[in-house]
Structure formats: C-alpha cells, structure tokens
Design a protein around this ligand. Sequence first.
Ligand code: PEP
Ligand code: MN
Length: 349
Amino acid sequence: MIIPKESKLTAVQLSALSAIVEEYDCKLQAIVGHHRSVYAVLGEERKTVMINRILGLDFIDRFDAVDSPFKLMDINSELAHHKIVLGKHIVGEGPFVIAGHCTIDPKNPNLFIESAHAVKEAGAKAIRGGVWKPRTMPYSFQGDDASVKILMEARSQTGLPVDTEVMDEHQLRIAVEAGVDILQVGARNALNYSLLKSIGQMTQNKKIAVLLKRSMGMGPINEFIAAAEYIAAAGNPDIMLCPRGTNPTMDGYRNYPDESITPLLKEKTWAPVIVDPCHSVGRAKYVPSAALAAIAYGADGVIIESHLDPQRGIGDDPKQSIKPAVLKQLIIDIEAIWAIKNRTVLDSN
Ligand code: PEP
Ligand code: MN
C-alpha cells in the first residue's frame, strides 16, 4: 500500500507511479477514502527494487507491504480507518438497521412504499427491497426490472438509502444507473468471483456500498474476507459483511445461525458486520432474539425483513418478515444492547 504525502496524488504523480509498478508487472489501484486516498499495488508487491524506486519519489510518504493475504480488507491495512457513509450515517457509529420487504411486489407498489415509511418511522436507517430474487425453483417469481422504480420512489419519499440484491451484470447496470445505494451480493453469489469483480469495478468512486452475504457453504472466515477482497481490489472498499446462516441447518431453523462469527471477523478485518437474522432463523418469531444476539456479539447492525402485512407479501415475507411495530421495539432493544456493549468495551480497556 502506497501512502502519498498529500491527501491524494495529482494526475501527473499518478501516471509516474503507475509507470513504475507496471514495469514490475503490477497494477495500481486507487482507494478513494473519506479523507484521503491510498494506492494499492496489485500483484507481487514485495519487489525490493520497485519499492525503492517508489520510495525515491518525493511525493510518496510510505510504502507498507501488508503481511496478510488481505491487502485491503485486513484489520491492519491502510484502510483500517475507512468509514462507510450511508445517508446521514457513518456505519459503525450507532447500530445501522436496514429493513423492508424481502421482495417488492410489482403488482402492489403502494404496499412497499407504505412499508418503507413504516420502517423509517420504526427507526431503520436504510430500506431493503428485493427487485430480483434468487429462487430455488425456476417457476417461482424471479423479480422484475420494473420494481427498481418502486424502490427508488421509496428512496425519494423517505430520504433513506436503499438496498437491493443483484445477481448478474444486467441487474448490476440497472441498479447502478438508477442510483441504488447498497448492492447486496446474496449467499448464492458470494463466491461468484466474476460478479464480485464486476461489482467492484462498476461501483468504484460512486459512493455505492456493497452488502456481501456469507454463502451457505462458506467455512473458513478467510474465505469470506477473501470474497470482500475481490470487490475492494476491483475498486470499491465500501463493503459490509453479512453473516446470514449457513448449512447444514440447525433443526427447526432455516439455516445454522452464525451471528457468533462476528467477533472473529472483527479480529481480522475492519469491514463493518451487518447480520441478517431473518434468513438465518427463517421465522418471524425467532428474528428479534437473533438480532439482539448479533448486536451483543458486536455487529454494527442488522438487516431485517419487515412488512406492514407479511401475509400479503411475496418471497420470504409471509414467513420471516416482522411487522414494523415489532421492528420499532426491536430497534429500542438494539440501542439498549448497543449501549451495554459499548460500556463493556470501555470497561475492558
Ligand atoms: C434476501 O436477502 O432476500 C436473500 C435472498 O438473501 P440470501 O442471499 O442471504 O439468501
Ligand atoms: Mn428474503
């Protein structure tokens, strides 16, 4: 990682630096942060002559070779203080709750808009709504391009950032052009490296965040962080990691609840952790406890399926969406656990 003396390099400095790293078969990747830009060397960065030539440039402050497989997502990387800003909030400063329908029903746009207002009133900081859905059966409702408009209408009426899942480049392009704030990579695509690279490239410098779900089959924590590294290496470090339950399932739940990996993630990476309790336990009645457990484990927030009238919902909503009134109480309880958690952190210092 190259750290310039000023907050960012000029175009002339950037091309001088690129010319050097390219001579050594490496590529330069600018990581544009809130306050400053840093520059990652992609490829074998430990070439002494290359490092010495870079350090010889009078506009370069430091060259930090990160001793970790994760050059960008590692807890000790230059991005350790990187902050993700969504709407009026910095993720990690207070619990970040994303809530809304699993799936937007294009036949009933008003219901989604009403739920969006209701989850905002309950205290959510961003709205979720599935435009396209990964369904087990090809005959089930697959989503509809037209629902992007409904999602963006909810954004403009509530003023909150919006989240939706994209599964391919066609959907990615539509979502980026529409101005979706958070792109969700679902559990089924968390290991789709081509998609992760495309997302990183297409969202670079666009102030779009990525919510990367943990895949059902992901074992080692490093595999999860490596998937995030793909997105960051392609250009966008605004990544939130989302444990959402794994397989084999726990008997009675939809998946095997995995909010307990949060402290392990936090030891290795600076990326915020936003837990999804709905897909983990899979039933509305279990969701509040799982969400509170996530916050107790140190998560920065949760993503919750919430619907004004779950029985009129489609996709996962009838079985695992909580009503906005339940969400409202849950957010009050989340704030309480958050306060205890932060007190504990202070006490242990
Ligand atoms: C969803 O969020 O509705 C979804 C399909 O999530 P996952 O990819 O975790 O199954
Ligand atoms: Mn869902």
